[in-house]
Write a protein that binds this ligand. Structure first.
Ligand code: PLP
Length: 396
């Protein structure tokens, strides 16, 4: 029977990583996949994570299954990061959190919950967005529509297009929003725009689903939750998919969370019982280790401060690379204005490089960038930035 199966197209980003691995050039640079690299080009285990892991190994007494939704401590920590300490949502018992295998796992739970329990409606995703969004929601059985987001001419948010498209979203439709550090553009709504979006959502009755994969990478843990917290003030119901892959550097431990906010505690319990049914039929119960690390770091005052410091180091290094990239391109006589790169948030930048330029960077210089021109700024270091700028100047 297997002979009849046709080959699936390679994942565009992971396929790029494969091509990068096979490239024999020693000066090659991978700016495709969204993984943080330090100044030495490494993706190290955070120091706070190492400390927590050592303690966990000492204290662990069993490898027994977790419950379907994971540990209480983890749920508490996730909600505190999302809504702030002592938030109204948490105090009223309106939120329920399930530990999930990565942000992707959390998005899939959200997709299936919407498909099975909310009438299987339409989900609106930004154009552009993280490539896996469409795949995850389509696999869950949802119809996917796009709303405008990026203005290629101004290299900024096309807020008018976003509002115009979202004003067509019907009551009961779901709208996916990136909590911060929009992937792939690096452009987030301003505080006023978040306010406007939250009001529109409440007025129109569409359900917001926040994808929160980069909390702490724009300005800080509290600052980056601004948009979500504005929505939590205006909306009775919310869904959130969290990921700790990037901000804890726990990529391969698969640490994410699905959070549901309902009008009251009783409704939250009933809705969450269906979420547990979905999880049970998918992977039964979540992996323990990564989430235990996150819970330990977040609940220990000293480790928490260590984490904030390490997160700031990652954020500041990326910001420094953004500024340097702009300066170095300009000092090479590139007259195209790249100033927007320094104003964007998070790991990514929509560089404006076209498909041919991206192809030339790969073939002639061993520099790997996604076809859309999205650069993972987190992969730039002081040792590869000059070669990168020389190459960009040569293909422009
Ligand atoms: N959402 C966005 C916007 C992402 O960029 C990513 C990862 O790149 C994810 C979700 C998935 O995160 P995870 O690796 O935790 O599944």
């Amino acid at each position: 029977m297997f002979e009849k199966v046709t080959a699936a197209p390679a994942d565009p980003i992971l396929g790029l990583t494969d091509a990068f691995r096979k490239d024999p050039r020693t000066d090659k640079i991978n700016l495709g996949v969204g993984i943080y690299k330090d100044e030495a080009g490494q993706t190290p285990v955070l120091r706070c994570v190492k400390k927590a892991e050592a303690r966990l190994v000492q204290e662990q007494t069993t490898k027994n299954y977790l419950s379907i939704e994971g540990t209480e401590a983890y749920g508490r920590v996730v909600q505190k990061l999302l809504f702030g300490a002592g938030s109204a949502v948490t105090e009223a018992g309106r939120a329920r959190t399930a530990q999930a295998p990565g942000g992707t796992g959390a998005l899939r739970i959200a997709g299936e919950f919407i498909a099975r329990q909310l009438g299987g409606g339409t989900i609106w995703i930004s154009n552009p967005t993280w490539a896996n969004h469409r795949a995850v929601f389509t696999a869950a059985g949802l119809a996917v529509k796009e709303y405008g987001y990026y203005n290629a001419a101004t290299k900024d948010l096309d807020f008018d297009a976003m509002l115009a498209d979202l004003s067509q979203a019907k009551a009961g439709d779901v709208v996916l929003l990136h909590g911060c550090c929009h992937n792939p553009t690096g452009i987030d709504p301003t505080a006023e725009q978040w306010q406007q979006l939250a009001k529109l959502s409440a007025e129109k009755g569409w359900l917001p689903l926040f994808d929160f994969a980069y909390q702490g990478f724009a300005k800080g843990i509290e600052e980056d939750a601004y948009g979500l917290r504005v929505f939590a003030e205006h909306n009775q119901e919310l869904l959130i998919a969290s990921s700790f892959s990037k901000n804890f550097g726990l990529y391969n431990e698969r640490v994410g969370a699905f959070t549901l906010v309902a009008t009251d505690a009783a409704v939250a319990d009933t809705a969450f019982s269906q979420v547990k049914t979905i999880i049970r039929a998918n992977y039964s119960n979540p992996p323990s280790h990564g989430a235990a690390v996150v819970a330990m770091v977040a609940e220990d005052a000293e480790l928490y401060q260590d984490w904030l410091k390490e997160l700031a180091e990652m954020r500041d290094r990326i910001q420094e690379m953004r500024t340097l990239l702009v300066e170095k391109l300009s000092s090479r006589g590139v007259d195209q204005d790249f100033g927007f790169i320094a104003r964007q948030n998070g790991m990514f930048s929509f560089s404006g490089l076209d498909k041919d330029q991206v192809e030339r960077l790969k073939n002639e210089f061993g520099i790997y960038i996604v076809g859309s021109g999205r650069i993972s700024v987190a992969g730039i270091t002081k040792s590869n930035i000059d070669a990168l700028c020389d190459a960009i100047a040569a293909v422009i």
